[in-house]
Structures are given as C-alpha cells and as structure tokens.
Design a protein around this ligand. Structure first.
Ligand SMILES: [Zn+2]
Length: 334
C-alpha cells in the first residue's frame, strides 16, 4: 500500500515564519496598485509541514520560493510555491525513477529560474512540461523553463495553444508595467497536446481530465490514481486565500467541483495557488464560488462586487486578488 498523505516537507523558509514571509512579500508588492495584503494569519499547512531537514538547502540556494516535498514510494512530488508577488502560484514537479515532469511555469521569470535550478538539483532529465491552463500566472515563466530545458516538449490541452496565440502577447503587455523585465518577453506556445484519460509517464500512471467553463475557459486536471493525488490546479483554492473569479462560469465551476468531490480517496490535493490542501477545500471552494455568484448577480460594478466579496470572506487572505478578479470579470461583461 502506498503511504498516502505522507506529508509535505518544507525545504525552504523553514526558519522564516509565514507572517514574516508575508511582511517581506508586502514590500515587494507596493508597486502593484490596488493589491493589498490582509492580516497574515499563520497557515497551519505550512507550519505543520515545516520539516527541519531542508533548512540548509534553503540557506545554500538562496531561494525565495518555498518547496514542499511529498514522497509516495518511488514517486516524489515537489511543489514550488512562489512568493506573494508571483501570486503564490505553484509549479509541481513529479519526480519518477528516471525523469521529472513539470506542471506549470510561474508568472515571474526569476521564480521560474528558481524552479529550473531546483529541478537541475534533482539530477534527472525533464521528460516534459505540461501547462494546466492559459492564465498568464501559469505560463509566463515557461520562457525560462524552455530555455533551461531545451529538450523538454511543452504540452497542454487542445485549445490552449490557440488561446495563447490569440491573447498571450496582450496579457504579457498588461503585466509589464507592473513587473517590468520580470515578466516574459515572448509567449511560449505549447507544441504537444495532452490527451484525456490514462497515460503512463516514467512508470507513473496519470489520469488527465479536461474541464471547460470554470475558473478558466479550459482547465486540465491530473489524477495520480496510484498515489491518490488530485492535481486540481485553479479549480480548487485554499480556504486561507481568496479564489480568482475572472469569468462568470460560477454554475459550471460548482458542477465540476461536485464531480471532483465524488472521486473517492483523493485526500491530497495540489492546487494552483498556495500549499496543498485536503478534500475539505473542495467544499470551501464551492461555498466561495456560490457566494461569488450571488454577489456578482447583485453587483452592478467591479467595486461593489469586490467590496462585497471581501466582506463576505474577511478571514481569507489576498484581498488584492478580489480586486484583480473584479476588474477582469466586469471588463468581460462590457
Ligand atoms: Zn492561477
């Protein structure tokens, strides 16, 4: 039997409290108008998993992101979590017996560079890079990953490459005034298609699923049935943080969440932003999306939506993500 939920170990920032980490991140965020930090409550997930084993690793590397590692027999999942100015976005690295598969490429180039250095430290070739969806915070840094791993092909669901061809450059342009040269200078277009269903890569079984009209128009989910890990990306959010609600697919997003809930035994869920969660986060995301839908229906403009949603979930961090979402949600309406 596989050791399930064996616990993610923090290999970086073990010595840095989350509140201090967020204070530091707040400094970096100052140029980003409208993005405010809410009170920095301790994150039980991080605190719980602050293994001392990797403290030296963090000090030696000078890494600013956090890496959590979970081992399931011969398979290790390394989750790189960016600092807050990179939207706490995750890159998942699945390490098998002979190779590494990378999911998602970060928003900011320096963090993608940290991911690349970390992967190189694992001493195994990158088999492929898989993009979960077409939101910029997940693909901008693919520019660095494809430079550092030129032999790795980039995969995504059918349709994602078209989305990036159509809108990728404009998205990068919209982030450049905020992030300057830390954002990609070019759009990395996936060249290979992820097919749905079961697939074995480096001896690990993946079950790829395609979902439409949720947090994004098109979203990959990857199950690891043998390890009972659900890689939900931006379908599930941490109960500690606001979710991104940039399009009004609230109803269909909730239907998809119910279908994820019906998957039996998947108690370890990696998500697109923040540290891994357990299945209770599916319920809390449903509650959030339902409330967001109600507030959206009752709000005539972005400001009202944003203020109401923040008031409805005062304990969730990253209130700035609500402002960011509201701008896109109401811009799309016009
Ligand atoms: Zn995202």
């Amino acid at each position: 039997m596989q050791p399930r939920n064996s616990g993610f170990q923090c290999l970086s920032q073990a010595a840095l409290s989350r509140s201090r980490f967020l204070q530091l991140a707040a400094g970096v965020l100052l140029p980003y108008a409208g993005l405010r930090l809410s009170a920095a409550a301790p994150n039980p997930e991080l605190a719980q998993n602050s293994g001392a084993s990797g403290t030296r690793d963090a000090a030696a590397s000078g890494r600013t992101g956090t890496v959590l590692v979970s081992q399931f027999g011969p398979v290790k999942i390394h989750s790189y979590l960016s600092p807050l100015d990179g939207f706490h976005v995750n890159t998942q690295m699945i390490e098998g017996p002979t190779a590494v598969v990378i999911f998602d490429g970060q928003l900011l180039l320096p963090y993608a560079d940290e991911v690349a250095s970390y992967v190189q430290g694992l001493g195994k070739p990158v088999d492929r890079i898989i993009l979960s969806h077409a939101h910029t915070d997940h693909w901008s840094g693919l520019q660095v990953l494809t430079e550092r791993f030129p032999d790795a092909r980039v995969f995504a669901l059918d349709g994602v490459a078209d989305q990036l061809r159509a809108r990728g450059s404009a998205r990068l342009d919209s982030f450049r005034p905020i992030y300057g040269d830390r954002i990609a200078t070019k759009v990395t277009i996936p060249t290979e298609t992820v097919t749905e269903g079961l697939q074995r890569i480096d001896g690990i079984t993946y079950d790829f699923k395609r979902f439409v009209d949720a947090e994004a128009d098109l979203q990959l989910v990857a199950l690891l049935p043998e390890q009972k890990v659900l890689m939900a990306f931006d379908l599930v959010f941490s109960p500690n943080e606001h979710a991104f609600t940039v399009v009004d697919h609230f109803d269909h997003w909730m239907i998809i969440l119910e279908s994820l809930k019906a998957l039996q035994g998947y108690d370890t869920i990696t998500i697109g932003h923040d540290t891994p969660v357990n299945r209770s986060a599916i319920d809390s995301t449903i509650v959030y999306v339902k409330r967001a839908k109600e507030i959206h229906a009752a709000s005539a403009d972005a400001k009202t939506y944003s203020e109401s949603l923040k008031a409805a979930f005062p304990d969730r961090q990253q209130a700035g993500w609500v402002d960011f979402s509201a701008r896109l949600l109401y811009a799309a309406r016009r």
